[in-house]
Design a protein around this ligand. Structure first.
Ligand SMILES: Cc1cc2nc3c(=O)[nH]c(=O)nc-3n(C[C@H](O)[C@H](O)[C@H](O)COP(=O)(O)O)c2cc1C
Length: 215
């Protein structure tokens, strides 16, 4: 028997804030930092969790959550396994999108751009700051591969734990960072009556152009 989920009755009125052209920064990365400051003050849980969408060479998109680890003047940084499904897809097609949804603030940020691998020394630097357990995890998990059972992971962990006993754990060659260099960033603020604010920046000849999109 089919279960009715009553999803059609789930409705929310967005009324916390507005987003006007005269209030936003000229550079969207500065605007992101401005919103990030507000996100940090709001106490949202895991606000740096973002959906990363990649697209295979066969035009098949896929999405998953990764953690934003840095925002700089060039873009957005995250870390993963280079041999994972996403890693392989980004090798074939470096156009990606990332998405944040901060429901407590009734906000969404959409980023589109091109991804490139971080230089090895930057990945090394970040890897060195990770807890030992996570460092071992990066060695132990052949991310995205089919494995026979969970024991394999635990056996791998023990193997690498022994191998790196009393040693600094170096970064595995298959693990590191990516930088998403944006060419479009949209800031969405929920408003009443579904007349939301959408301010979208896109890059035209190295200059950021701001446009308002209909909700
Ligand atoms: C809250 C959260 C944070 C995550 N952070 C990361 C991350 O920073 N890097 C990563 O590789 N996977 C992260 N994952 C796991 C990914 O969502 C995904 O399962 C994994 O990267 C394999 O994806 P793929 O097979 O599409 O490559 C996270 C998952 C969740 C739910």
């Amino acid at each position: 028997m089919a279960t009715r989920l009553n999803l059609a009755d789930l409705r929310k009125v967005y009324k916390k804030q507005s987003l006007m052209e005269d209030s936003v920064a000229v550079n969207p990365l500065d605007q992101f930092k401005k919103w990030w400051g507000e996100v940090m003050k709001s106490g949202i849980d895991e606000p740096n969790a973002m959906s990363l969408s990649t697209c295979s060479a066969e035009n098949r998109p896929s999405s998953r959550i990764v953690l934003l680890k840095e925002v700089n003047e060039s873009g957005f940084v995250f870390f993963t396994n280079y041999d994972s499904r996403k890693g392989r897809e980004m090798e074939q097609n470096n156009f990606v999108s990332i998405l944040f949804f901060w429901k407590e603030l009734e906000r969404q940020v959409r980023v589109e751009g091109e991804v490139k691998k971080l230089p090895a020394d930057k990945s090394d630097e970040y890897f060195a700051t990770r807890p030992r357990e996570s460092q071992l995890g990066a060695w132990s998990s052949p991310q995205s591969e089919v494995i026979d059972n969970r024991n394999i992971l635990e056996q791998n962990e023990t193997k690498y734990d022994n191998l790196f006993q009393n040693k600094i754990i170096e970064r595995p060659p298959h693990w590191g960072g990516y930088l998403v260099v944006p060419n479009k960033i949209e800031f969405w603020q929920g408003r009443p009556g579904r007349l939301h604010d959408r301010l979208c920046y896109f890059l035209r000849e190295k200059e950021w152009i701001l446009q308002r999109l209909a909700p």
